[in-house]
Design a protein around this ligand. Structure first.
Ligand SMILES: [Zn+2]
Length: 419
């Protein structure tokens, strides 16, 4: 590489990487808790982050507003007033004691790319709306995808009546912050106005880290089945009931957990028993009852359905063999949302132009992108998560070099998109 070539590469790394890290640190200064980062819907910290994002967007030359649900939207306008819009988005709320990058990385990367585009006078055949969604995690009111649902026309008015831990309803919280809850229904974008939805997000898992790659293209956002499982066995004295006569609910649970692990170890599936409880359990009592949760995900619905069917059949066998009763309550059956093949290929072409291998993976976590699948083609790019893939934790981290690479892919992809 020539000296000039190296210089160009370095200045590009400075351009996006440093800016993204700086913006992430800047936004992390507002937190509800003195140590760590917590920024839940309509808290003071949340309002401060929205205002900070709005002034950053304005400074970048974007036509900016904060909408009725607290989304911050900045438009980089096309010369063609009738052009469609490409949405670059993610969320700025956080979980409790969060990392700095979940959600915000997608916003600040989009902002860094558009800032530079504005500086360079770049033109696109579409408007670019950088969107910072107000709420995705559902921490305060249990309403996941709140901000994106409003833009996608999927806002559920029932949300407004929900109350937080202090008894404040969402509509009260909105009015207190100067928002008009009645205006939320009018925020929806028309399907005909949206060209594409693109979201860059930290991976929140170890796959890219283990594969030693800075980015990966998301093929689908996994579908998800959840059950609450209750096992009724027979309680007994731990000293007096011989092993062959027992109907131990906890041992049945153990067998179920192993069967979930075994069945979901096949490619394309993940299965988790995250909650396990022996109510009123005691050292000297054979467990008479056991409760557990079951969470099965896959980017391919047929794989998920087949795994669920097999696990339920195994449970039936376990119940018969052990003389216990198993009750199932299905809590969730969410379909997988595939990412657009066209946008996957657009990201892939851009990655290929850098000489790095293209890696595709599914997202086991839900993202704002799922709200848009009925409206437009969605594309997601994952960025390597440091510390072995830890997320929803202060240990969540990325490198400036990876942030820079991802932003360059986003910028290059935008330059090649046709509408
Ligand atoms: Zn997120």
């Amino acid at each position: 590489m020539t000296a000039a070539g190296i210089e160009r590469k370095q200045s590009s790394a400075d351009l996006y990487g440093r800016r993204i890290m700086e913006l992430s640190d800047y936004l992390a200064q507002w937190s509800e808790t003195p140590s760590g980062l917590t920024c839940t819907y309509l808290s003071q910290a949340h309002r401060a982050v929205a205002n900070a994002l709005a002034s950053l967007m304005k400074k970048a030359g974007l036509e900016t507003h904060i909408d009725a649900v607290g989304n911050v939207i900045g438009r980089y306008k096309s010369k063609n007033a009738l052009a469609k819009t490409v949405i670059l988005a993610s969320h700025y709320d956080t979980v409790t004691n969060a990392g700095k990058y979940d959600g915000r990385l997608g916003i600040v990367s989009a902002l860094a790319v558009v800032e530079q585009a504005a500086r360079a006078g770049r033109e696109f055949p579409f408007h670019i709306d950088v969107m910072a969604f107000s709420e995705e995690e559902g921490v305060r009111f249990g309403t996941s995808y709140l901000g994106s649902s409003a833009i996608a026309g999927r806002f559920d008015p029932e949300f407004l009546g929900r109350r937080d831990a202090k008894g404040v309803s969402m509509s009260e919280a909105l009015r207190e912050s100067g928002f008009d809850p009645d205006a939320i229904a009018g925020l929806a974008y028309a399907k005909s106005d949206i060209a594409y939805y693109l979201e860059l997000h930290i991976e929140q898992g170890p796959v890219l880290f283990e594969s030693d790659l800075p980015v990966g293209i998301v093929t689908a956002i996994a579908g998800n089945t959840r059950f609450a499982v209750t096992i009724e066995g027979e309680a007994g004295h731990a000293g007096t009931v011989p092993m062959p006569y027992r109907h131990d609910a906890a041992v049945a649970a153990a067998e179920i957990i192993l069967c979930v692990e075994q069945r979901c170890s096949r490619t394309g599936l993940v299965g988790t028993v995250g909650r396990l409880n022996v109510p009123g359990g005691a050292t000297n009592v054979v467990p008479g009852r056991c409760e557990l949760s079951l969470d099965i995900r896959s980017g391919t619905d047929s794989l998920r359905h087949a795994a669920v069917a097999d696990i339920l059949a195994d449970m039936k066998g376990i119940a018969q063999r052990r003389g216990v009763k198993i009750e199932l309550d299905e809590l969730l059956n969410a379909v997988a949302v595939p990412c657009s093949a066209k946008l996957q290929d657009a990201f892939a072409a851009s990655i290929e132009r850098t000489g790095l291998p293209v890696y595709r993976l599914q997202s086991g976590a839900g993202h704002d992108a799922v709200m848009f699948d009925k409206l437009t083609e969605i594309g997601m790019l994952f960025v390597r998560c440091g510390n072995g893939g830890v997320s929803h934790s202060p240990l969540e981290t990325i490198t400036a070099a990876d942030a820079d690479f991802a932003a360059r892919i986003l910028s290059d992809t935008l330059g090649h998109l046709t509408v």
